[in-house]
Write a protein that binds this ligand. Structure first.
Ligand SMILES: [Zn+2]
Length: 207
């Protein structure tokens, strides 16, 4: 079971690395594991994870087994799981296009395509706080109940999913959304869908 989760995280971490979503040793990945959480260790690179770079922690943040140095963002991950029983996997990365929005202090809220509106009504921006701090957890956690993905101002992005694949695909789609918005800006700005169209798209959702 643990081995299976480690393999899954390693596989999608590598994919995120190959796609350029998780440069260097930035970011961290975790999964719910019974009463505990498995999280990548401090200083590990999501794209090149080794079996020794995983820590099992409890919901208070104490190390249970595995690598003794869990990621310093462990409390951010734990809070996301506490607020959202449906979330089983979390990726935190500094992917370039989403991080460009985070660095510019901009949320992603333009209705530029039905798919984007359907998947993300918006991607909110949590106010800046020091990485690894309680302040960061508090400022970001206010969005976890309503959003699967949140930008961290001047930092990066955190995204969750029921499965590892879903969390990864949420990241992939969000990163492409950010890239499209930036490209559209170069071309003079995206044409935004009218409000009544957005409402029709929301009505297609089954939650
Ligand atoms: Zn980070």
């Amino acid at each position: 079971m643990l081995e299976q989760i480690i393999n899954e995280i390693t596989k999608y971490g590598k994919l995120a690395g190959e796609k350029g979503y998780t440069p260097g040793i930035s970011g961290n990945i975790s999964a719910r594991f019974g009463e505990n959480v498995v999280i990548t260790s401090s200083g590990s690179a999501n794209g090149y994870l080794e079996n020794s770079e995983f820590s099992v922690i409890d919901f208070v943040g104490n190390s249970v087994s595995g690598n003794p140095k869990p990621s310093s963002e462990k409390f951010l991950h734990l809070e996301f799981y506490k607020k959202r029983p449906d979330i089983n996997y979390i990726l935190h990365v500094h992917s370039p296009y989403l991080t460009a929005f985070a660095a510019s202090g901009l949320a992603l809220e333009d209705a530029i395509s039905p798919e984007i509106v359907y998947c993300f009504s918006k991607i909110p921006l949590a106010e800046y706080a020091l990485p690894g701090s309680n302040d960061l957890v508090e400022k970001t956690a206010i969005y976890f109940e309503d959003y699967d993905i949140v930008l961290l101002e001047n930092h990066g992005v955190i995204v969750g999913g029921t499965t590892m694949k879903q969390a990864y695909l949420n990241l992939e789609l969000a990163e492409e959304y950010a890239k499209t918005l930036i490209c559209a800006k170069i071309l003079g700005g995206a044409k935004i869908l009218p409000e009544e169209e957005v409402k029709k798209i929301y009505s297609l959702r089954q939650k």
